[in-house]
Design a protein around this ligand. Structure first.
Ligand code: UD1
Ligand code: CA
Length: 458
């Protein structure tokens, strides 16, 4: 396949998105639209990839750059034909040019493979991938002759009312032989939009007596192009359905795919159960035999095996095997929970390490802490990690017991198997095996109720 160059057109502004972000960078299933196209091209074995950038090009390059992609700049967006021409030098020597658009996130490798095979087997000079659309609005229409051969493509803005009735549309995906750049130079911009239409190259091929074909895509949804945010939401839904299906077929139970949102790159192990109203985002990896949800949101985190996460949010953290989280826990970036950790209700943990078997069961804030193994953190414990200027660490060693409602004023260290008394504000280190208690001595006023009663009666 090394003689194929894939050229992805992605210089357009995408006006209908009404966005400051370049259209091809809008995420679908957590990944920029254009990355789905790059991935499909890669997976179909195309090694040489050229991306034509223009609008928002710094952002686009940054989002998709890897060593194997060449970028070429289209300074002025003069149309799709002009865009492809910019790739001439980068594609030199290729015998097949596969043209793709950056705004078709539903494209899959298998659709491209079938299309390329068709083009090769038919020995055509140019082949366009088409689809029959219920609503062809906005797309170029495929004009065929009485024999059924493609004659040309007419853009909607240039089409007659009869031509607009045609349901077969141009996907914007083509295979061309290596002569396409030479032939493109004959295309003019004599049309409703004053642009160099890539579609017109087909006419030039035909003028030269070369074979031009149009073939419908095996799976039409693959070529769905995104122009506005309603279409974006449509693509999002399809990708989400595909992801859930893929996971279910691989052994993940998803109780309600309609209310489950799993990004394209997420990995989930066998026999894990995903309950409704759950979002799993970014590069998250979840192990086997977990129960996730209902109402979990997990972002770019690594979750072990046998973990339960109930109605909780976890961001950029690691959760070890056998942990039990929630309901209503909030695990913030940089947290690392070792095995069998319990993080209970209304507990927030930020940038902290919690050793195996430790428990923070209720109503606590733990930030910038390193907690050892089998530590029990009582209800209402707060690490006072911020002095208004800097963040300070709290260290709690193995087997320590933090009494309920302890304030740990950082920097502070609680030694191995040490205790803190409930309600204490701990400002100094507590050595191993010791008790740190800070409390005003309790007063008991005898018979207080009777005395008050007397007072009340007076
Ligand atoms: C184009 C096709 C149309 C097809 C449709 C499929 C032409 C003339 N029309 O129309 O037949 O049905 O795609 O979606 O080709 N681009 C550039 N530089 C430019 C213009 C566009 O790089 O100067 C890129 C865009 O970023 C986009 C792609 O080319 O990724 C298609 O451009 P767009 O403006 O969306 O084309 P359509 O009007 O949809
Ligand atoms: Ca256009």
């Amino acid at each position: 396949m090394s003689k194929i160059t894939g050229v992805i057109l992605a210089a357009g502004k995408g006006v209908r998105m009404r966005s400051r972000l370049a259209k091809v960078l809008h995420p679908v299933a957590g990944v920029p639209m254009i990355s789905h196209v790059v991935n499909a091209a890669r997976a179909s074995g195309i090694e040489r990839l050229v991306v034509v950038v223009g609008h928002g090009r710094e952002q686009v390059v940054k989002a998709v750059a890897d060593d194997t992609i060449q970028f070429v700049v289209q300074e002025e967006q003069l149309g799709t034909g002009h865009a492809l021409l910019q790739a001439e030098a980068a594609a030199a020597g290729s015998e097949l040019i596969l043209v793709l658009c950056g705004d078709t996130p539903l494209l899959r490798a298998r659709t491209l493979e079938k299309f390329i095979d068709f083009h090769r087997d038919s020995r055509a000079a140019a082949t366009v991938l088409t689809a029959k659309m219920e609503n062809p609005q906005g797309y170029g229409r495929i004009i065929r002759d009485d024999q059924g051969d493609i004659v040309r493509i007419v853009e909607e803005k240039d089409a007659t009312p009869e031509e607009r009735e045609i349901r077969e549309i141009n996907s914007g995906i083509y295979c061309f032989n290596g002569e396409v750049f030479g032939i493109l130079k004959h295309v003019n911009r004599d049309n409703a939009q004053g642009e160099y239409y890539l579609t017109d190259v087909l006419l030039e091929y035909r003028k030269n007596g070369q074979r031009v074909l149009a073939v419908p895509a095996a799976e039409e949804e693959d070529i769905y192009g995104i122009n506005d945010r309603a279409q974006l939401a449509f693509a999002e839904r399809i990708l989400r359905q595909r992801k859930c299906l893929e996971l279910m077929l691989a052994g993940v139970t998803i109780m309600d795919p309609a209310t489950t949102y799993i990004d394209a790159q997420v990995k989930i192990g066998q026999d894990t159960v995903i309950l409704p109203f759950t979002m799993i985002e970014g590069q998250t990896v979840i192990g086997e035999n977990c129960v996730i949800g209902p109402g979990a949101r997990i972002i770019s985190s690594r979750i072990g095996d046998r973990v339960t996460i109930d109605n909780s949010k976890i961001i950029e953290s690691r959760v070890g095997d056998g942990c039990d989280i929630g309901p209503y826990a909030y695990i913030r970036p940089g947290t690392e929970l070792h095995e069998d950790v319990k993080i209970g209700d209304f507990v927030e943990v930020k940038k902290s390490v919690v050793g195996s078997g430790s428990k923070i069961p209720h109503l606590s804030y733990v930030g910038d802490a390193v907690i050892g193994r089998r530590v029990n953190v009582g209800a209402g414990t707060i690490t006072c990690n911020y002095d208004g200027e800097k963040k300070h660490p709290t260290i709690i060693e193995d087997g320590a017991f933090i009494g309920s409602n302890t304030n740990l004023v950082a920097p502070v260290r609680i030694g191995e198997k040490a205790f803190t008394g409930a309600g204490s504000t701990i400002t100094r280190d507590v050595p191993p095996f010791s008790l740190g208690v800070e409390r005003a001595p309790q007063k008991v006023i005898d018979n207080w109720r009777h005395r008050r009663k007397k007072h009340d009666e007076e």
